[in-house]
Design a protein. Structure first.
Length: 260
């Protein structure tokens, strides 16, 4: 089914937008009233609007709005554009027309120490197209394939004074830490991308505070082991960054730190 969609206070109208095409949607969406597809597929809102850029900032404050912008509203060439870092958008060398936004992840640092992840861990398989790294606002947790997952996890635990995961956790569960206080400090975590773009994560991006059913507060690592070669940078790790996808001839992803 199609309908005319209007956006913003000036009621910009876009006729013929297809919607309601999903066959099955599951999960708890809270107060959300729908899902918006932002990928490169033919039915995504980005494709249907035929825009060359879009951006968003996912707020970590649930009471605050998370703005999204399309087209010229996502332009970062003026104003505070200098505070954005950029990395090229990549294409899968084997499988064409995938809806993903691929980027080149070159490394991960924990506490200022570059984790020694084997070369090629984040690369495409040139024969099958498997692997690579994508940014996905629709995936909650970040997913790392081994050996990257184990190496980064062990470095984080080591710098926090653990020699192995807490007893209640294993490779299939979230690794959570209880205790501590609001002044407790944690090792830094930085994602390094092609073009020298470094994404310096806040504690809430990789060790967000969560509350269990018994009311106990804990900090849980927002990374799980991927069951495939693909690496996914999920939305918790993107929170509070202004993320922009430039789909023009520049083909790049830009991000602005929360403090900018």
């Amino acid at each position: 089914m199609t309908e005319t969609f209007t956006f913003g206070d000036d009621a910009a109208a876009f006729p013929g937008i297809a919607f309601g095409c999903t066959l099955r949607s599951e999960g708890g969406f809270g107060t959300g009233s729908g899902l918006v597809g932002l990928g490169r597929g033919k039915l995504s809102l980005v494709t249907q609007l035929n825009v060359e850029a879009f951006g968003y900032r996912l707020s970590s404050d649930l009471s605050a709005p998370s703005p999204i912008s399309f087209g010229s509203l996502a332009d970062v060439t003026g104003g505070n554009g200098d505070s954005f870092m950029s990395t090229p958008l990549l294409t899968n060398p084997v499988v064409q027309d995938l809806p993903f936004y691929y980027v080149g992840l070159t490394g991960i640092s924990v506490g200022g120490k570059l984790v020694q992840i084997p070369s090629g861990t984040f690369s495409f398989d040139r024969s099958t197209g498997a692997g690579g790294v994508i940014f996905d606002s629709g995936t909650t947790l970040t997913m790392l394939p081994d050996p990257a997952y184990t190496l980064v996890r062990d470095e984080l635990l080591s710098q926090m004074g653990f020699q192995k995961p807490p007893p209640a956790a294993n490779d299939d569960d979230l690794i959570c830490f209880t205790g501590g206080s609001s002044t407790t400090t944690f090792p830094s975590m930085v994602l390094h991308f092609d073009g020298g773009a470094d994404m310096d994560l806040s504690t809430e991006n990789y060790l967000p505070q969560m509350q269990g059913q018994n009311g106990e507060t804990a900090r849980c690592w927002s990374v799980v082991k991927s069951s495939q070669a693909l690496t996914i940078i999920g939305n918790i790790m993107q929170m509070d960054f202004h993320v922009v996808f430039d789909l023009s001839g520049n083909a790049r992803m830009l991000f602005q730190p929360p403090t900018a």
